[in-house]
Every structure is written in structure tokens, then in C-alpha cells.
Design a protein around this ligand. Sequence first.
Ligand code: TYD
Length: 213
Amino acid sequence: MSGTARFITVEGIEGVGKTTQVARLSEFLGGQGIAHVVTREPGGTPLAESIRQVVLTVGEESVPGTAELLLMFAARAVHLANYIRPNLNADRWVICDRFTDASYAYQGGGRGLPSDHIHALECMVQGDLRPDLTILLDAPVEHALRRARQRNAGIVEDRFEREKGQFFERVRSAYRARAAAEPQRIAIIDATQNLDAVCALIVGQLKARSWIS
Ligand code: TYD
């Protein structure tokens, strides 16, 4: 992999404004003349997007937590091989809306699957590739879910959006615990602030690493 392309992931529970901030970051990088791509998980390639449909759609049959975890990593293996690594190798930054921290937070924290199983899959699927920077947009669950529900009014909920507040409390705690354990990589940003303030803090993280001037 060549030297300068950065792999940045954006995380948080539903309703924290990830998608908006990913778009803003992309706009900012474009303005700086930095070649980059924007992608998301689960998904990011046609095959991985098909897996996304399978894992998010509410169906008749229940999805065991282990199957959910494996589907997330199956999609990730495809995404890494067919999109993320080729872009990094071509020296394009990759901005990804969710990545493996979401598996630790949702399947680990939310569903209660053991983190050593997740870690084993992380090593198997990613080798030693980890994000260079992870932005954790953090907000109280009640605040975030209110925003998510306003946004989703009239849209059919997916398998995660149907979950209750307690599930998202566990997800949020797991995210925060990961940030506490890896403060160099994961920057927590208070997502209750206005969009401009959040965007400025994200850009500040890039500046702090001297990735941009
Ligand atoms: P996303 O499209 O980011 O949802 P939203 O825009 O509503 O926040 O992600 C879809 C869902 O997939 C989200 O509820 C979190 C879940 N997810 C996992 O449970 N594990 C994972 O590893 C990933 C990448 C996502």
C-alpha cells in the first residue's frame, strides 16, 4: 500500500449525523485537492450491497447474532478486496461510513457477542489493516433516536432501527469504551453541536495529525 492515502471511518449510533458529516468531509477534501472516495458499510460494492439487503431487511425468519456478525464480515471482506484496498493502493483516501468498530458496538455491545470472536474475524478479514482515524460522533441515545425517527418518518424501519433504547445504550457504551481504549485512533466528537461546529472539529482532527495544512 502506498504511503499517503488515509483510511478514515465515521461511526456512531443512528441519528448522530454521520452521513451528513461524511458528505461534508468529502466536500472539504475535494476543496483541498485530495483524491478520495466515499463508501459505506455494510455495502460499498454491488455484492456487498446485496449482503446489506440481506442483513438489514426485516424478514419472517430470525437472524442469529452469529449469522449477523458473519454477514457483516462477509460484506467487509468483499468491500476490502474490491474497493477499499484498490483505492488506498491507488493513493486515494477512503472515507467509510461505518466499519469494524460498528461490529464491536452493534454485534458485540448490542447483541452481546464475545469480542474475542469479533477480533478473530477482524484479523482474518483485514490482516493488519486498521483505519488511520475513526471519528466517533457521540450523542445521548434519546437525542440521537429523536433525530433518526424524524428523518425516517414514513420509511420502513430496518432490523436495527426497530431496536429499543436499551440496545442503543449498549451500542453507545461499546463505542465509547473502544474510544477510551484507543484514543490515538478514535476521536470522540460531541454530535449534539451544530453541523458546522462538528465539521470543524473533524477537520481539526486531520490538522492535528498534519495530514492537511
Ligand atoms: P447505516 O447505513 O450507517 O445506518 P444509519 O444511516 O441508519 O445509521 O448502517 C446500517 C446498520 O448496520 C446500522 O444500524 C448499524 C449496522 N451495522 C452493524 O450492526 N454492524 C456493522 O459491522 C456495520 C458496518 C453496521
